[in-house]
Design a protein around this ligand. Structure first.
Ligand code: RIB
Length: 356
């Protein structure tokens, strides 16, 4: 930096402000410094800076799995906010494994991450290993899922209300035999969605046989398997609420495999409103979650904490919205009579032609 300052005929402070963006520098001076930096091929060492200040501009983001299409939008929201404030996001996937989560957590601490954004794994023990405000622990904001006992900052959606509205929609469409496929019972958002589902049924005085509640793990395969169990029951449900879209996709696959029709024989609602909902056949009715906004809001909250903002922990709750598409049919338009027709008559014209 001294060398740059000498060559550009400015103070070391000015060089530091240009390099670190810590204060505005007159454009002419700034360009002179940058010119020297370019000529010297100078690359500031973030490591050295971190060692000197015991701080970095790195935000660790620990999530279950970036290949799950719900998470990229959320990560993007967080990254865009962080980037705007000159912070960089480092991404870690836990595969929903609490042990991997702790490992990443400790490593990010040792790299002196300025703060952490965490979407906790099912069964996460970060609440017990992480007492907010403890020395040596950077600010942490939990997103999407609040682990048991978590008393720190969090940004989630109104899971219970979203599930309640989705179930109400099925009830208002005339369905009386409604089943649910839940996510892991160790996840708060999954428990809340089931609560909303139960609440709507209870208010409508509808029974919920125990076998109509099937637990799965928020992925397509487990949704498919749970749907197979449900669709083979007699009487089978006329509608299914899947607590996320990947499981709903698995349900659609099971419906087709068992030669049933959605929505004529089985209505279906998902949760997340992933992009593919518009492209499935039929297009899937789903509860929209503002995933980008979840990430962006959490990053803003984290940056406030990094900058030293005190105050009691915040629990921000974003709203959801039911997106109506074609996977729910009012029961009077579907039919019991359909399920009594001979099988060939029930098939779509294309399938009947193929069968002939
Ligand atoms: O598909 C991922 C699911 O797990 C979403 O519903 C989201 O809320 C997450 O917790």
């Amino acid at each position: 930096m001294r060398q740059i300052a000498e060559r550009a005929s400015v103070s070391i402070g000015t060089v530091s402000h240009v390099v670190n963006g810590t204060a505005p520098v007159r454009p002419k001076l700034r360009e002179r410094v940058l010119e020297v930096i370019r000529n010297l091929g100078f690359q500031p060492s973030a490591l050295a800076q971190g060692l000197r200040t015991n701080r970095t501009r790195m935000i660790g983001m620990i999530i279950p799995d970036i290949t799950n299409p719900f998470f990229p939008g959320l990560v993007r929201g967080a990254e865009d906010v962080a980037f705007k404030h000159s912070y960089r996001v480092i991404l870690c996937n836990t595969d929903n494994d609490p042990a991997k989560e702790s490992l990443y957590f400790n490593e990010l601490r040792s790299y002196r991450a300025a703060g952490l954004l965490i979407i906790p794994a099912a069964g996460s023990d970060i609440a017990s290993s992480l007492k907010p405000g403890t020395a040596g622990i950077p600010p942490v904001v939990c997103i999407d899922r609040r682990p048991d006992g978590w008393t720190g900052d969090s940004v989630v959606v109104a899971n219970e209300l979203g599930a309640y509205r989705a179930t109400q929609h099925l009830i208002q469409s005339g369905h009386r035999h409604i089943a649910v496929i839940t996510g892991p019972s160790l996840l708060a958002n999954s428990v809340e969605r089931l609560k909303g589902f139960r609440k709507a049924l209870k208010e409508a005085n509808l029974p919920l046989p125990a076998e109509f509640v099937q637990e799965a793990v928020f992925d397509t395969r487990s949704g498919f398997q749970a749907a197979r169990r449900l669709l083979r029951m007699l009487p089978r449900p006329t509608a299914i609420f899947a607590c996320n879209d990947l499981m709903a996709l698995g349900v659609l696959h099971a419906i087709h495999e068992l030669d049933l029709r959605c929505p004529e024989e089985i209505s279906l609602v998902g949760f997340d409103d992933l992009e593919f909902c518009e492209y499935t056949s039929p297009a899937l009715t789903s509860v929209y979650q503002p995933s980008y906004q979840l990430g962006a809001t959490a990053a803003n909250l984290l940056l406030e904490r990094i900058k030293g903002r005190k105050g009691s922990p915040k629990r921000l709750v974003l709203d959801t919205e039911l997106k109506l598409r074609n996977s729910v049919l009012p029961l009077e338009h579907s039919s019991w009579s359909v399920s009594r027709m001979p099988r060939t008559a029930r098939k779509s014209p294309r399938k009947v032609a193929a069968a002939r």
